[in-house]
Design a protein around this ligand. Structure first.
Ligand SMILES: *Cc1c(COP(=O)(O)O)cnc(C)c1O
Length: 500
């Protein structure tokens, strides 16, 4: 009998309370406004030689069992098998495509063709299991702010899941036409989609305020509801995202692309800092990752942070062709700040208070010294478009705008440093999700075509079948048309739940 070491979770803003993984998943955000972090990051307990031949689902189990220690083997495997099934259009789940001296880790083969599916296809199952384990009787209401991709992926994950409702807020004029169509055509009696007059940060702030509204929480409990979050701050999203970095390394090894123990770099197109944080956790678990390359678009708050040690959100918010990265407050960065502050909740809380009061904070020299494995850079709109065109013309491979930001930053990094390590680029969306920007980058002559004409043209050009997720919305009727002011988000939620 092996005695299992329980991994406990604590808040980045409070050292005292510790909770089990299932409780952290149910809560989403800690009551003090902090994010849950594991007390320590567990090490992989199987060698890559052994994992090289494993399936995605098997590797998922190897990684997740180490973090979600209060789930039984049966519970975890059941969640994994329900999540990573035929909703994905390839058995590989996250295939690697080699193009122009890099490996594109395609994280967009799930139901909504963006990388959010990697975590959001499993989160509902983890949450329902967690609710059962903790004898939760209330209905779970998922509240989510989205910059476009999370919303649809969460809707798809939670639609018609018994014991749950899901309410999604998105910036009315801040998502792509296909992203919007995907959301407003969402089926399921428990799904609610609301556009707000404001940007993503407004939506995220509104949701955070609702979460921390104690009075509302009490009213909700009386009515039999309990809020939870599907945003990337939930460790139930973070942990499944670690899996594909382990998987990528195992597959590179299986295919003879990388030697055992040889280091690779990863490049991640970054918004809320969830995906790259997962790569950082993977590195800490023992995946041989040298550099974590953080790629931003023109909202380059993270680039400035890595360069200067100063995080400053006081700047103009840009709408770019990579809307899922149009973010000025990268929530998950808090987990890294907490860590480089020496896991000091009090110190971290000071930085976060400064951020909410003045919009900025500056880390110490000592803290900056711990960021040597990170490299930050950004790509302008023009550089992003040029990279899509260049890669297509050179190799025939078509990438989306977010992935192109990463690919352009990868080039900058290599030019700057001469680093020739093997590189995995997180490919976070299918080009079919951002068809207009992608096609315009390739040739301005496409400008006059309709969205769906462009879809067919892209399919011809890239020699890739139109994904189901796109076929479905060609003719689907709009079923959600609510729009509200950013100040009305709370009332809108109360109205939906009938608690006014
Ligand atoms: C969400 C998203 C990102 C940003 O990921 P974070 O984890 O928020 O940094 C990048 N690209 C796409 C396509 C996304 O949907």
């Amino acid at each position: 009998m092996v005695i299992k070491m329980e991994v406990l979770y604590k808040s980045t803003r409070n050292d005292e309370k510790k909770v089990l993984a299932s409780q952290a998943i149910l809560k989403g955000l800690s009551e003090d406004g902090g994010l849950f972090v594991p007390e320590h990051i567990p090490a992989l307990d199987k060698p890559f030689k052994e994992m090289a031949d494993m399936s995605y689902q098997e590797i998922a189990y190897e990684v997740m069992k180490l973090f979600l220690t209060d789930f039984t083997e049966e519970e975890l495997k059941s969640c994994i098998n329900k999540a990573y099934d035929s909703k994905f259009d390839t058995e590989e789940i996250a295939p690697l495509a080699e193009a122009d001296n890099a490996y594109y880790l395609e994280l967009f083969h799930g139901a909504t063709i963006a990388f959010k599916d990697m975590a959001l296809s499993i989160l509902p199952h983890l949450m329902i299991t967690a609710a059962k384990k903790n004898h939760v009787k209330e209905e779970i209401v998922i509240l989510t702010a989205t910059s476009g991709d999370t919303g649809k992926a969460a809707l798809a994950g939670f639609a018609d899941v018994e014991g749950t409702k899901i309410i999604v807020f998105y910036p009315k004029n801040g998502v792509s036409p296909i992203q919007e169509k995907q959301m407003v055509t969402q089926k399921g009696n428990n799904t609610f989609v609301i556009g707000i007059h404001g940007n993503f940060d407004d939506a995220q702030t509104g949701v955070k305020n609702i979460f921390s509204d104690k009075e509302l929480e009490q009213t909700m409990l009386q009515k039999g509801y309990r809020f939870s979050s599907a945003n990337s701050i939930n460790i139930g999203r973070l942990v499944p995202q670690i899996v594909y970095y382990v998987y990528a390394y195992a597959k590179l090894q299986q295919n003879g692309k990388i030697a055992d123990g040889e280091e690779m770099n990863v490049v991640v197109p970054t918004g809320n800092f969830g995906n790259i944080l997962a790569a950082f956790y993977a590195k800490n678990m023992g995946v041989p990752i040298a550099k974590l390359i953080c790629a931003s678009n023109e909202n380059k708050v993270l680039y400035d942070f890595f360069r200067t040690g100063s995080y400053d959100r006081n700047r103009e918010f840009m709408l770019t062709s990579s809307p899922s990265m149009d973010i000025l407050i990268s929530s998950n960065l808090e987990r890294l700040i907490y860590r480089i502050a020496g896991n000091d909740a009090e110190k971290n809380a000071e930085f976060m208070t400064a951020l909410s009061q003045t919009g900025q904070y500056r880390i110490t020299k000592e803290m900056s010294g711990q960021l040597a494995d990170f490299y930050g850079n950004y790509a302008s709109e023009q550089e992003t478009a040029a990279r899509i065109k260049e890669l297509y013309e050179k190799t025939g491979y078509v990438i989306d705008t977010h992935t192109a930001v990463a690919s352009a930053v990868c080039q900058k990094y290599r030019e700057e440093t001469g680093d020739t390590r093997k590189t995995v680029i997180a490919s976070t969306a299918s080009p079919f999700k951002f068809t207009r920007s992608v096609m315009n980058a390739i040739d301005s002559k496409y400008d006059s075509m309709t969205d769906f004409e462009l879809v067919d043209e892209l399919s011809r050009l890239a020699n890739v079948k139109v994904p189901n997720a796109i076929e479905e919305i060609r003719t689907a009727p709009v079923v959600h048309d609510t729009v509200c002011e950013k100040e009305e988000m709370k009332q809108t939620v109360e109205k939906i739940l009938g608690v006014l």
